[in-house]
Design a binder for this molecule. Structure first.
Ligand SMILES: Nc1ncnc2c1ncn2[C@@H]1O[C@H](COP(=O)(O)OP(=O)(O)OP(=O)(O)O)[C@@H](O)[C@H]1O
Length: 234
C-alpha cells in the first residue's frame, strides 16, 4: 500500500499540498483529477521521493520513501507528462534498459524486459533510434516503455494518453489492462477520463492542494464538473 499521511508541501512560501492523506492499496486502478495547479503532479512526485514533504510522510509497503528512495523508485514507477525530462540515455533501447540495468538483472532478463516493453508501446524494432529524433507521441511511448521495463508494483502515469494517436492509445490502454489484471496498482493523473473512467476502481480529485473528492467512479461522476473535469459520458 502507498500511504500518504498529513502531507504538507510548499514551493517557496506557498502551500501547494495542504495536509493530504491518501492510501492507495495494492492492485487498485485509481484516477487522480483536478484543475490545473491543484497539486496532482506535486503529490505524485512525493510517492517515490522525488520531493520531500515539509511535514507528514509517504510510506510504500510500510517503508518511509524519504529513508529509502531507491527502494521507492523500484517499487513505484513513474511516467511524467513531459517525457524529455526523464530520459537518461541517447537511444530508445539504452534508455529503456537503464532502469533494469540498475536493478542488477542479468543481460538476458534486461533484453527480455526491453523487448517486451517496446512491443507493448509499439516501438519494437526501434531500440537503436535516437530519442531526440522521435516525435512527441513516440517519446511519450518510450517513456512509458521505460517504466514498464522496471515491472513496478505501483505505476503512476501523468497524462499517459495525451498526444498519442489512436493505435498507440489502444495499445497503451490494453497494456494497462494487462498490468492491472496482473495486480499492478495504477495511478493515472488525467484531465480526460475517456477510456479510463470505466477501467478505474476509484477517482480522487484535488482542489487547491487538498483532496476534494474520493469516490468510486460512478458516484464521482456527479462531482467532476465542480473540479473542472469533463464528464466522460459527454
Ligand atoms: N518547481 C516549481 N516551483 C514553484 N512552484 C511550482 C513548481 N512546480 C509546481 N509549482 C506550483 O505548484 C502548484 C501545483 O502544481 P502541480 O504541477 O502539482 O499542479 P497540477 O495539478 O499537476 O496541474 P496541471 O493539471 O496543470 O498539470 C502550481 O501552482 C504550480 O505553479
Amino acid at each position: 500500500m502507498i500511504a500518504v499521511r498529513d502531507l504538507t508541501f510548499r514551493y517557496d512560501d506557498r502551500i501547494v499540498l495542504d495536509d493530504v492523506s491518501l492510501s492507495i492499496p495494492e492492485g487498485q486502478f485509481c484516477l487522480l483529477v483536478g484543475p490545473n495547479g491543484s497539486g496532482k503532479t506535486t503529490l505524485v512526485r512525493h510517492l517515490n521521493a522525488l520531493l520531500t514533504p515539509d511535514s507528514g510522510a509517504v510510506e510504500v509497503d510500510g517503508t518511509d520513501v524519504s529513508e529509502a528512495p531507491v527502494v521507492a523508485r523500484t517499487t513505484v514507477g513513474m511516467v511524467f507528462q513531459h517525457p524529455r525530462d526523464q530520459f537518461v540515455a541517447a537511444t530508445v533501447g539504452a534508455d529503456v534498459a537503464f532502469g533494469p540495468e540498475n536493478l542488477g538483472l542479468d543481460r538476458a532478463e534486461i533484453d527480455r524486459r526491453v523487448e517486451d516493453a517496446l512491443a507493448a508501446v509499439g516501438l519494437d524494432g526501434r531500440a537503436d533510434e535516437r530519442l531526440d529524433e522521435l516525435s512527441g507521441g513516440e517519446q511519450a511511448r518510450a517513456a512509458i516503455a521505460g517504466a514498464l521495463a522496471m515491472d513496478p508494483d505501483y505505476l503512476v502515469l501523468d497524462e499517459p494518453l495525451a498526444g498519442l494517436d489512436w493505435p498507440a492509445r489502444e495499445r497503451v490502454l490494453s497494456h494497462l489492462d494487462s498490468l492491472y489484471a496482473d495486480g499492478t496498482a495504477l495511478l493515472v493523473v488525467t484531465h480526460d477520463l475517456r477510456d479510463l473512467h470505466e477501467r478505474a476502481d476509484r477517482v480522487v480529485g484535488m482542489r487547491a492542494g487538498r483532496v476534494a473528492l474520493d469516490d468510486d467512479p460512478e458516484t464521482a461522476l456527479d462531482d467532476l464538473a465542480a473540479l473542472g473535469v469533463r464528464d466522460p459520458r459527454c
